[in-house]
Design a protein around this ligand. Sequence first.
Ligand code: GRG
Length: 294
Amino acid sequence: MRDLKSWLKAQQKLVDAELRRQLPRENVRPVTIHKAMRYSIFAGGKRLRPILCLAAAEACGGLVENALAPACAVEIMHTYSLVHDDLPCMDDDDLRRGRPTSHKVYGEGVAVLCGDALLTEAFTIIAQTPATKRYTAREYVSELANTGGSRKLIGGQILDLEGEGKSLTKKQLIQIHEAKTAALLTSSLKLGGMTANVTPKKLEALETFGYNLGLAFQVIDDILDVTQTTEQLGKTAGKDEAVEKSTYPSVIGLEASKAEAARLTKKALGALKPFGKNAARLEEIAHHMLDREY
Ligand code: GRG
C-alpha cells in the first residue's frame, strides 16, 4: 500500500481537480461571486472530509471516481460553514486557512452570498453522484441535507452561539461537537460508502466510526487552539478563550482532553472490524488525525 502522505497528496489533487472543474470559473458573470467562491475553496484546506469520503468508498470496494461528486459536495458545504462562521456576526475572524477571511477581502455582503452560493452548489454537485442498486440521488441528497440542516450543522452552531460566555458541562459540549463537527465527517464517510453500494450493516459501522472520529477531531481542534500558534493553524489561535467559549481543555483540562481524544479514536477504530483489511486506509487516517498539529 502506498504510504499515507503520498496517498493523501494524491487524493487532495484529485479532489482539487474535480472542484476546479465543477465550480463556475472566475470569469463567469457575475465575476465577484465566482471569484469569492474560488478564493475560499482554494485557500489550502486539509480536504479531510473529501478524503474520508474517498477512503470509505475504497474500504467498501467502490471506485474513487464514483465518489468524487459527494467528496466535492462535502468540502463545499464545509467551506460555506467556515465562510459564515468567520463573519462578524458569528465568530468574527480575520484569518482562515492562512489567508484573510472572505468578508475581509470581499466585504460582508459578498461573503454571506458566497456562503449561500457554495451551499447551493454542494447540492447541484451531489445530485450528479452515480446511482447504485441501493442508493440513488434521493438518498445522497437527503443525507447531505439532513447534515446541513437545523438538527445538525446549523443546530450545532446555534448551541455554540448560545453557549458563549457560559460555562458548559461536558454533556452540553458533546452535543455541540456532535452536531457542528461529527455530523459532516460522518456523512462524508457514509456518502463514500453509499457510492460503493455499502450494506446497511457496514453503513452503520461507518456511522459509528465517523461519530467517534468526529468527536475526537473536535477535541483535538480545541487542544490545538491552546497549544499552537496562529501561523501553525492558519487561523487565530487562542480564539476560544478570548470569546469565553467552553472547550474540552477548559472543561476537563488539557491532559484529560488528550486522553479523551485517544479514547475516542480507539473507539472509532473498533467500529471498523467488519471491513477487515479493507479498512487499513481509514485506520491510518484516524491515527494521522490524532497526531495532527494543525
Ligand atoms: C449558517 C452562519 C452559519 C454558519 C455555518 C456549521 C457552521 C454553520 C459553522 C461551523 C464551522 C466550524 C468552525 C465547525 C467546526 C469544525 C471544524 C473544527 C472546522 C475546521 O475544519 P478543518 O480543520 O479545516 O478540517 P480545513 O480548513 O483544513 O478544511
